[in-house]
Design a binder for this molecule. Structure first.
Ligand SMILES: NC(=O)c1ccc[n+]([C@@H]2O[C@H](COP(=O)([O-])OP(=O)(O)OC[C@H]3O[C@@H](n4cnc5c(N)ncnc54)[C@H](O)[C@@H]3O)[C@@H](O)[C@H]2O)c1
Length: 316
């Protein structure tokens, strides 16, 4: 049985990874500083070891990695607007912590590090869909920091022989995504607003598009990336290959919630990109990755979960 370390395991995506690994009967350790993550996200993760600490500290990173075979590095401050407002704090979480994890993993003889990359690295490259070999054009501190993290991972593969794989996630959504701040993911904000029939804010004209990816598709991709042969040092998109506009998303959520509120339009946010859609052929070919849950099905599950959450009945 292998030991998996999930950094940021109390967060949205990390906690779904923890659940999947626990369900499979693996040994799981979580490290998190609970800056955006929540203890209740780990309520179902029976048997997982939980360490609290800031991974930008080398002693924390070393303690977390000790004895781990595979590291799923999910910890980050994952917000474009937050990074525009306070680039230093997000730099510490997104770059310093990543470097500490890579050094600790190298020294501890970890077999593989799977890094949570971000589609934001593509920035405003005009070509769609986004393919991994396109030159990155980050538009925000967050995008740049996530790109530096993946390049550090590749460097560690080439310099020290540490196996690393980066999956660039595209707009992940699903149960447990935090809707509580303006930094939150758009789907969690729309769903929670419309369940209360409150008007959500759309930044820009709403015709910007995203490749919205249900969280279990990402979990599938990451678990494949842990074991696929001949992928070390590579970067792969993890998404669905479709794109949906924010206006379309709004209409779908309104239909599913039965709300009538109209959106409020506001000025576009600095650092936001216009269109995003992945080419997922590399992950298909090298990982056997297939997004099994469609956008529509994922959205239905997400609305159902937030509805239960509001009534205090959601299974965390
Ligand atoms: N959600 C998305 O759409 C999306 C898209 C692309 C990439 N990603 C990446 O996926 C990963 C997970 O994102 P998420 O949406 O689950 O976010 P999240 O905020 O829910 O999870 C991040 C977790 O990392 C923890 N953390 C932050 N800084 C830390 C530190 N210094 N030490 C220890 N723990 C720390 C937080 O407390 C939190 O639990 C991130 O690396 C993010 O950049 C997410």
């Amino acid at each position: 049985m292998a030991t998996y370390l999930v950094t940021g395991g109390a967060g949205f995506i990390g906690s779904h990874l923890v659940d999947a690994l626990v369900h499979r009967g693996e040994r799981v350790r979580v490290v998190d500083n609970f800056s955006t993550g929540k203890r209740e996200n780990l309520a179902g993760a029976r048997g997982a070891e939980i360490l609290e600490g800031d991974l930008a500290r080398s002693d924390v990173a070393r303690a977390a990695v000790s004895g781990a075979d595979v590291v799923l590095h999910q910890a980050a401050l994952p917000s474009v607007p937050r990074s525009v407002e306070d680039p230093v704090t997000s730099n510490r979480a997104n770059i310093d912590a990543t470097l500490e994890i890579l050094v600790a993993a190298r020294d501890a003889g970890v077999k593989r590090v799977v890094y949570a990359g971000s589609s934001s690295a593509y920035g405003d490259t005009p070509v769609l869909p986004k393919r991994e070999e396109m030159p990155p054009r980050p538009l925000s501190p967050y995008a740049l920091q996530k790109l530096v993290g993946e390049q550090y991972a590749q460097l560690f593969t080439h310099l020290y022989g540490l196996e690393t794989v980066t999956l660039r996630y595209f707009n992940v959504f699903g149960p447990r995504q935090d809707p509580s701040s303006t930094y939150s993911g758009v789907i969690s904000l729309f769903v929670t607003s419309l369940l209360e029939d409150r008007s959500p804010v759309i930044y820009g004209d709403g015709e910007q598009t995203r490749d919205f990816t249900y969280v279990t598709n990402v979990v599938d991709g990451v678990l494949e990336a842990c074991r696929a042969p001949d992928v070390s040092g590579l970067v792969m998109n993890c998404a669905t290959g479709r794109r949906i506009s924010i206006n379309e998303l709004y209409k779908s959520v309104r239909r599913l919630t039965g709300a009538s509120a109209e959106p409020t339009y506001a000025a576009p946010r600095p650092g936001d990109i216009r269109h995003s859609q992945a080419d997922i052929s590399r992950a298909r070919q090298l990982l056997g990755y297939e997004p099994r849950v469609t956008f529509e099905e994922g959205l239905r599950r997400t609305v159902d979960w937030f509805r239960l959450e509001r009534s205090g009945q959601a299974v965390r």
